[in-house]
Design a protein around this ligand. Structure first.
Ligand SMILES: Nc1nc2c(c(=O)[nH]1)N[C@H]1C(S)=C(S)[C@@H](COP(=O)(O)O)O[C@H]1N2
Ligand SMILES: [Mo]
Length: 323
């Protein structure tokens, strides 16, 4: 296995509460049964095969032109690692959910844009892809569990979706919601999680140049295990902010209650900006294991994006910006 060596405290089960140590086993078993019953999932030799984009109706859109403003000082992670080492609790709490995630139907896929906007709408993903200017960006990615990767995402600036929605003056936040269907996603039978997965950003964060809606990776449509057909990427924040398989985006004047904040308010806050000097209550954030390399490197303030985002947080010293 390529899976990086990790101390026990960093296992995903420890992201939440202790009863999971018992209940997860049931959920994992349920997940295996679900995937086994699927013709598509069964018989796949590996997670890496499971994201073949050939059947995806958006396949002909990729690859898209790389935006050279967003490149990296480090090697890209290998595709096989990015697409087979995942966090997607809807499909189980282990990293090996790629096969189970193939049960998610991604067409038709409707995204609801609502709340405090002049143009509320329900838009099919293929219409959204046509309306948005697609580009590729190379981004760092830093999980709160102290591992990282470097990824060639395809997609569009979140600011373009904000324009499409035409927010009203009072809108201060965007609230994102993942699909909810426990018949597809066995993890959603774990009833102590406040499903659906919810994340949020401020309007200033949403319109920051770095905020990116991801629809593809490695020059192909996004694999289901990575959050197809639409996920968020906020490279200066911990990975749990990059919500997957989004069905609804609500503009609101209330700060969204995120799923991880609801589960562990003292460990996973709203801001979740990367800072090597502010430890998680249970582990250091000073370093990160680079996925697939066996290397550990120092973590950077705002994950290396301070220049673009530090200004967003001026005058907010009283807030817990780094949790
Ligand atoms: N809906 C949903 N989105 C999610 C998660 C999840 O469990 N469910 N996990 C988050 C976490 S903790 C991480 S690190 C990233 C992982 O993305 P990847 O599997 O593409 O690496 O997805 C984030 N988005
Ligand atoms: Mo994460």
């Amino acid at each position: 296995m390529h899976i990086i060596r990790k101390p026990g405290w960093a296992l995903p089960e420890h992201m939440a509460t202790p009863e999971h140590l018992f209940w997860n086993r049931r959920a994992v078993l349920a997940g295996m049964a679900g995937a086994g019953a699927l013709a598509l999932g069964a018989g796949l030799p590996s997670g890496a095969k499971a994201q073949d984009g050939a059947a995806d109706p958006s396949a002909s859109l990729y690859p898209v032109t790389r935006n050279e403003a967003y490149t990296l000082d480090r090697a890209l992670s290998q595709e096989k690692h990015v697409t087979s080492f995942n966090n997607f609790y809807e499909f189980g709490t282990s990293k090996s959910i790629a096969r189970a995630a193939q049960a998610l139907p991604i067409r038709p896929w409707t995204v609801t844009i609502d709340g405090m906007v002049d143009k509320p709408q329900q838009i099919g993903i293929d219409d959204l892809l046509k309306a948005m200017p697609l580009e590729e960006r190379l981004y760092r990615f830093r999980c709160v569990e102290a591992w990282s990767m470097a990824v060639p995402w395809s997609g569009f600036a979140l600011s373009e979706l904000v324009k499409l929605a035409s927010p009203q003056a009072g809108a201060k936040y965007l609230r994102f919601e993942t699909f909810q269907d426990a018949s597809i996603a066995p993890g959603q039978n774990m009833v102590w999680y406040p499903w659906p997965y919810v994340e949020g950003v401020t309007m200033a964060e949403a319109t920051n140049e770095l905020a990116f809606m991801v629809t593809g990776v490695y020059g192909k449509p996004l694999p289901k295990q990575n959050g197809a057909p639409l996920r968020l990427a906020l490279p200066w924040k911990y990975g749990f902010k990059s919500i997957k398989s989004i069905v609804r985006i609500t503009f609101t004047d209330e700060r969204p209650k995120t799923m991880w904040e609801a589960l562990g308010p003292t460990e996973y806050g709203f801001w979740a900006n990367v800072n090597p000097e502010v430890a998680h209550p249970r582990w250091s954030q000073a370093q990160e294991d680079v996925l697939g390399t066996g290397q550990t490197v120092p973590t950077l303030l705002y994950n290396g994006y301070a220049e673009q985002v530090a200004g967003l947080y001026k005058g907010m010293e009283g807030e817990k910006l780094f949790m």
